[in-house]
Unconditional design. Structure first.
Length: 266
């Protein structure tokens, strides 16, 4: 019997090794490669052609969803997502009948997801799986209608989940004062929960509620609920003051957007 070829994609070494150990207990499986990021995973997908992929959704540089968008539909393996996302994303997986493992997951939940993937592999329902993945990717791009006429969740999550130093941090959006770009990193200013993570401003901006968060500079996103003052400074520039006492320069290209949200009337 040919073994099911498995690719593990996760930027956390402990997560990869943990999955590898669990998969090694099943003699019908063969882990053909591990990848710590999306670009390495694309190379492994092309070279190893796995039947099944365990795919972390939230990775620096290229997310799991972006990775799938790089692949032709007929070349995608069966996917089990591993995620620390909260209720909003979980509803998306459920809505499109895509299997996922919510970190940290139990042995029982892992076994159930694996058995379902093996059943799909045996039945060779490739066209159906491709359609479900396409609809899921459209959902995350906010451009595709939901499946089965079911209503899509409204709004974005009330908290964000980020990785820092190997740990997962669950931060309430209401506590986030502002987010500061520092080269390849972002510092989330949220009182005692402030953390430094490896990510981009563009990716973080896409995860946040546009009614609450606004980008005011190429290196700054602020929570408008924490804005205390917006005042002119020299040469026509503006700066704002937040509830934690930070003084943040407002880029001229972003000024009108901020003004409309906090009703300054310019």
């Amino acid at each position: 019997m040919n073994k099911i070829r498995v690719l593990i994609v996760d930027d956390e070494p402990l997560a990869r090794s943990g999955l590898h150990r669990m998969l090694a207990k099943d003699e019908s499986l063969e882990v053909v490669a591990e990848a710590p990021d999306g670009r390495t995973a694309l190379e492994a997908l092309k070279e190893k052609q796995p039947d099944l992929m365990f795919l972390d959704v939230q990775m620096p540089g290229m997310s799991g969803i972006q990775l799938l968008e790089q692949m032709p539909a007929n070349q995608r393996p069966i996917v089990i997502f591993t995620t620390a996302f909260d209720e909003y994303a979980i509803k998306a997986f459920d809505l499109h009948a895509i299997d996922y493992l919510l970190k940290p997951f139990s042995n029982r939940r892992f076994s159930a997801a694996l058995e379902r993937a093996k059943s799909l592999h045996r039945s060779r329902q490739g066209a159906q799986i491709d359609r479900q993945l396409d609809e899921l990717m459209g959902y995350f791009r906010r451009g595709a209608p939901p499946q089965s006429g079911a209503p899509a969740p409204t709004g974005l999550p009330d908290r964000i989940v980020v990785k820092a130093d190997g740990d997962l941090h669950f931060i309430d959006c209401a506590d986030v004062v502002w987010i500061e770009g520092q080269g390849d990193y972002l510092k989330i200013h949220a009182g005692r929960n402030s953390v430094l993570i490896r990510d981009t401003m563009a990716r973080m901006e896409a995860r946040l509620d546009v009614a609450r968060f606004v980008r005011v500079h190429k290196s700054a996103i602020v929570n408008v609920e924490h804005v205390r003052k917006l005042k002119p400074v020299h040469y026509g520039d503006h700066a704002l003051e937040t509830s934690d006492g930070s003084a943040i320069r407002v880029g001229r290209a972003y000024r009108s957007k901020l003004a409309s949200l906090i009703n300054t009337g310019e």
